[in-house]
Design a protein around this ligand. Structure first.
Ligand SMILES: *[C@@H]1O[C@H](CO)[C@@H](O)[C@H](O)[C@H]1NC(C)=O
Ligand SMILES: *[C@@H]1O[C@H](CO)[C@@H](O)[C@H](O)[C@H]1NC(C)=O
Ligand SMILES: *[C@@H]1O[C@H](CO)[C@@H](O)[C@H](O)[C@H]1NC(C)=O
Ligand SMILES: *[C@@H]1O[C@H](CO)[C@@H](O)[C@H](O)[C@H]1NC(C)=O
Ligand SMILES: *[C@@H]1O[C@H](CO)[C@@H](O)[C@H](O)[C@H]1NC(C)=O
Length: 471
């Protein structure tokens, strides 16, 4: 079902990207720069050269236009976007559109901020780690500017029933095919087999239909939750019990990126007494893998000092979370339907010490951030012992907790995506998430180069079984 993409389309999309960059430049000269650009990266000598695949605007900002033009979205959490829709002006379409505020979508906004940083004119982003290159042969990696999360979420709004089907009515599927067919036809992909291509797949259902085709590439994901299950299903007959075969994702080639946090940052100077010991808000029942959560819920619900509550993804729920996370010493982070969630990053912004009960969790920027300096890691088996968890947490002295909180202050900015510029086009906060993501990708360059060389020497017709990367 490959869609024909005339070369004119590419030219137009490039032009529209350029004009977007121009708009940004003009508007930014009139407004004060955001305040979070204090600390400078040690030097700009170290950077990553990024070429952008020429995709039509309909696959990124065009999707935002589609989203904001919707007139019915009755899904949970969409109230706030209904209000924003009323305030958008016709001239906003085509330039300064925000990313959705619906928490279900906003938590996955990495795609918007990464592209916005790449599109900012070079002269204003001297401190961004990614440097945009216009000749793919001089680039370290090829970034594919597809808003895969927004594409999937739009389809779920417009017609959920065809989401998993490869049919004409599934616009998300058609867009996935268009992206894949376009990049696979390019010289850049043919030279590398896609290993130096970078896709943002924050939503676990993003690019669902073409996961196997993009498997060689560098995938930016919030965790491997969905992938493990698919993988272990396909190899279950021969699998040795709990062994997970990851043939499509691996910490070696992929990068774990943070969710976008949804709660406002609490400054340490605003920190007040925290009368509650442990706080958790969320759904008790999750469709997959939430067994631990349910058992913990039953164990903790009647414990003194513990607040566990169901929440809604609307303004009431947000107020509830802000209050809960700012008045509690510890915030519980059990495995839900995915190993991670934006709750962890909300806890950090609220200076609530995370208690992570999830035996094999992948976290963003490990090696750059040591989570054990400000989080409590608890084995699932211990957490499920009656009264154990509360006793364990009560054993932390005030001094220890203060030290954890001070350490947390140092990492708050690392998870910041927003750059404060209209339309999201502008340099990313210097010490924020986008620059850390590119640093992580940069660390993988030697391995990517090696893999490309290995791939190239293979004689035609050679068949190599999919391998498990055991890390
Ligand atoms: C750029 O800004 C100037 C001064 O604020 C304004 O007069 C001009 O119309 C703007 N140009 C564009 C293309 O927005
Ligand atoms: C969704 O697509 C299916 C298959 O084409 C169609 O039968 C159904 O009416 C569509 N639903 C909506 C709400 O458009
Ligand atoms: C399991 O292993 C056997 C022999 O090694 C092989 O023939 C079969 O295709 C494998 N099945 C799956 C589902 O991988
Ligand atoms: C949020 O949702 C809950 C449950 O549907 C409802 O009771 C509450 O009034 C809602 N709050 C707002 C601000 O819409
Ligand atoms: C808490 O500390 C006491 C005294 O040091 C110790 O006996 C107990 O095992 C600790 N409890 C937990 C759950 O770590």
């Amino acid at each position: 079902m490959a869609l024909k993409t005339p070369p004119l389309f590419f030219t137009l999309s490039l032009l529209s990207l350029l004009s977007l960059a121009f708009f940004y430049w003009n508007s930014s000269t009139n407004s004060a720069p955001p305040s979070n650009h204090r600390i400078t990266l040690s030097s700009r000598q170290e950077s990553i050269n990024v070429y952008m695949s020429p995709l039509p605007r309909s696959l990124n900002y065009g999707l935002l236009e589609k989203y904001w033009a919707l007139n019915s979205d009755s899904r949970l959490g969409s109230e706030v976007d209904r209000e924003i829709r009323k305030t958008l002006l016709p001239e906003d379409f085509g330039k300064h559109l925000p990313y959705p505020e619906n928490p279900i979508i906003k938590q996955y906004s990495a795609e918007y901020w990464i592209l916005g940083d790449l599109l900012a004119p070079e002269e204003v982003k001297r401190e961004s780690f990614a440097r945009r290159i216009f000749d793919y042969r001089k680039a370290d990696v090829i970034f594919v500017p597809f808003f895969a999360t927004l594409s999937a979420e739009l389809q779920l709004v417009i017609n959920k029933s065809v989401f998993r089907k490869r049919v004409e009515e599934n616009e998300d599927y058609k867009r996935q095919r268009m992206v894949i067919d376009t990049v696979k036809r390019s010289e850049a992909w043919q030279k590398s087999g896609g290993r130096d291509h970078v896709f943002v797949l924050t939503d676990p259902v993003a690019m669902w239909h073409v996961k196997d085709e993009i498997a060689p590439a560098v995938l930016l994901v919030v965790d491997f939750g969905g992938w493990y299950r698919l993988d272990s299903k396909s190899s279950s007959e021969n699998s040795s019990g709990s062994m997970i075969h990851h043939t499509q994702v691996s910490l070696l080639k992929d990068v774990i990126v943070p969710y976008s946090f949804l709660l406002p940052k609490l400054h340490i100077s605003e920190n007040q007494k925290r009368p509650t010991l442990l706080y958790f808000k969320g759904a008790k029942h999750r469709h997959r893998g939430g067994l631990v959560r349910e058992k913990l819920w039953d164990l903790l619900i009647d414990e003194p000092g513990v607040i566990i509550e169901e929440g809604f993804p609307n303004a009431t729920g947000k107020e509830q979370s802000i209050k809960g996370m700012r008045t509690s010493e510890f915030c519980l982070h059990p495995a839900g339907d995915t190993p991670t969630s934006c709750r962890l990053f909300d806890a950090i912004q609220s200076l609530c010490i995370p208690v992570i009960v999830s035996d094999n969790i992948e976290l963003p920027f490990e090696g750059m951030v040591d989570y054990s300096e400000f989080s409590v890691f608890v084995a699932v088996s211990d957490a499920l012992r009656p009264n154990w968890l509360v006793g364990h947490l009560r054993n932390y002295s005030d001094k220890q907790k203060d030290r954890y909180r001070k350490n947390m202050v140092k990492v708050q900015q690392i998870f910041e995506y927003e750059n404060g510029f209209p339309g999201g086009v502008g340099p990313a906060p210097v010490d924020g998430a986008v620059n850390h993501i590119w640093r992580k990708v940069h660390e993988k360059l030697p391995m990517i180069k090696e893999a490309i060389v290995r791939e190239r020497r293979k004689p035609p017709g050679a068949s190599v079984p999919l391998r498990c990367h055991c890390v």
